[in-house]
Write a protein that binds this ligand. Structure first.
Ligand SMILES: Cc1ncc(COP(=O)(O)O)c(C=O)c1O
Ligand SMILES: N[C@@H](CCOP(=O)(O)O)C(=O)O
Length: 483
């Protein structure tokens, strides 16, 4: 499989190349040259597979540069009950007979859905780097969950260093403690004076300096990295089959959204042939995606207009993977995917101008893609946490609550609605306590984590300062390694 960029560059190489590449040299995101599809009988043949078997079946068509036995071993090593706390890896739970289901994605090491793909990245990075005799320095941005998932996945990996940018003071106390209490020589936490979008822009700006990127072997662990999105597509298949529907029957999925990686993975699963009906995009008060799907205008929010909310991991005003979606939409509307069109749109996005598709053939393609959207407020998520607890005896986190709240009005009679559980409630203890008056269950290994000493560097939103920091730490690491 050959990969291309959403902005037009061709020949980015194969899966292992784009795994290490992260952002494409033209600033775009890697995409497969075509999306492999399964026919209805092939879809049915996937029913009943274990999680690692399913992961192999879904991911293999995109990965032809890792031998079959090695890929199977990597997936078996990744998707284990001991790591994900359940033999099903991503169990599905019905919320009574409401027609709503929770797909549990947050039982991994960092208690958020990011572990589902990040644990695989940890395995496959190590495998590819060893084979090539290379090292990788990951530059990442987090609003709270990608950071800890990446750091836990990369702990002790000899060929990988992690530089993780987070918005200073904006993550929950638990999220900050998870990341900043780590004391590992290959992990560097940087708290940026800004919002998540500033962190993500810094990551993209460093990657735009080709000389720096090559010299310091810079890679990505955000959903910029195609491997993240691909590994996330697997659990849509898992959730769908767990419903036990007759062959070909549709299920809808509702996805709490910010950077648009998770719901894009659902779109990928649907594009491969999985009978997903609606994809419901749930936003919080930062409702740029809701605005697009209801008006046709994509208008990113400047940092000053990104609200601080009680579902902080979704406090995002510029959704990175939206670029992948619009790239595929041009394929549907123009008959051929056009990096040139995405490039033109992203020049507008980069300069803060809106992209308005209403009234164009692209908008018809958007409507045909069956995305619908909704948004939720602090009061909505508190009420939803309370109601789900009272009605179904199930405590959910504020992001999952955004999903359940938005899912309800989009329910179709006779069609199950799967809501993705994107984090465990303990990560957002204050909000959950505000909703139900008690603290959520805390896994023993995280007892008292907020009291641990923290280590992180506060930095201005300044790309040159960031490059100097990364270069300095890596030069120190090289000197230490040489003794
Ligand atoms: C708990 C939680 N829910 C939802 C989201 C939104 O997911 P995405 O950025 O893939 O849209 C995030 C962050 O990505 C998150 O950490
Ligand atoms: N909500 C995320 C933001 C980054 O998303 P990613 O999927 O691009 O890594 C976070 O928790 O960090």
């Amino acid at each position: 499989m050959k990969y291309v960029s959403t902005r037009g560059a061709q020949n980015l190489g194969g899966f292992c190349d784009v795994l290490l590449l992260g952002l494409a040299p033209d600033g775009g995101l890697a995409m497969p040259g075509r999306i492999p599809t399964f026919g209805p009988e092939q879809i049915e043949a996937l029913r009943g597979l274990s999680y690692p078997e399913l992961a192999y079946a879904v991911m293999r068509p995109f990965i032809d540069d890792i031998p079959e036995t090695d890929l199977k071993r990597l997936l078996n090593d990744t998707y284990r009950a001991e790591v994900f706390g359940h033999p099903d890896i991503a169990p599905l739970t019905a919320l009574g007979d409401s027609g709503l289901y929770l797909l549990e994605l947050s039982n991994g090491p960092s208690l958020a859905f990011k572990d589902m793909a990040m644990q695989f990245l940890g395995q496959v990075f190590e495998y590819v780097l060893e084979r090539r005799g290379e090292h990788l320095n990951i530059l990442g941005a987090t609003s709270g969950d990608t950071g800890s998932a990446a750091e836990y996945a990369m702990l002790g990996k000899a060929r990988v260093n992690v530089f993780m940018l987070s918005p200073h003071g904006r993550m929950s106390a638990f999220q900050q403690a998870q990341m900043f209490s780590l004391r590992e020589p290959n992990i560097f936490n940087i708290a940026v004076e800004g919002v998540f979008d500033d962190c993500q822009d810094l990551v993209k700006a460093v990657n735009a300096d080709a000389g720096f990127k090559e010299r310091y072997e810079i890679g990505a662990v955000n959903s910029i990295n195609w491997a993240r999105v691909l590994a996330q597509a697997v659990y849509y298949f898992k959730g769908y089959f767990a419903l036990g529907l007759p062959a070909g029957a549709e299920a809808d999925f509702c996805v709490p959204s910010g950077n648009f990686g998770n719901v894009f993975a659902g779109y990928l699963a649907r594009s491969m042939g999985l009978p997903i009906g609606q994809l419901v995009v749930a936003s919080n008060e930062n409702d740029v995606l809701h605005e697009f799907f209801t008006t046709g205008t994509y208008h990113v929010r400047p940092a000053a207009r990104v609200a601080v909310t009680s579902s902080p991991s979704m406090d995002i005003g510029k959704a990175s993977n939206f670029e992948r979606y619009l790239y595929l939409i041009t394929g549907a509307s123009l008959g051929t995917v056009s990096g040139a069109q995405t490039l033109a749109w992203w020049q507008d996005v980069g300069e803060g101008r809106p992209v308005n598709l209403a009234g164009t053939p692209h908008w018809d393609a958007v409507r045909a893609s069956r995305f619908v959207a909704g948004r939720s407020t602090h009061a909505d998520r508190l009420n939803t946490i309370r109601e789900v607890d009272a009605e179904f005896g199930r405590l959910i986190d504020p992001h999952t609550a955004d999903g359940v709240f938005v899912a309800r009005p989009h329910r179709r009679s006779g069609v199950p609605m799967v809501c993705l559980e994107t984090a465990l409630p303990i990560k957002f203890e204050d909000t959950v306590r505000e909703a139900v008056g008690r603290s959520p269950e805390r896994p023993t290994k995280f007892g008292g984590i907020e009291a641990l000493e923290r280590q992180f560097t506060v930095m201005d939103n300044d790309v040159e300062a960031l490059k100097a920091f990364v270069a300095g730490r890596l030069d120190d690491r090289r000197r230490d390694a040489q003794g």
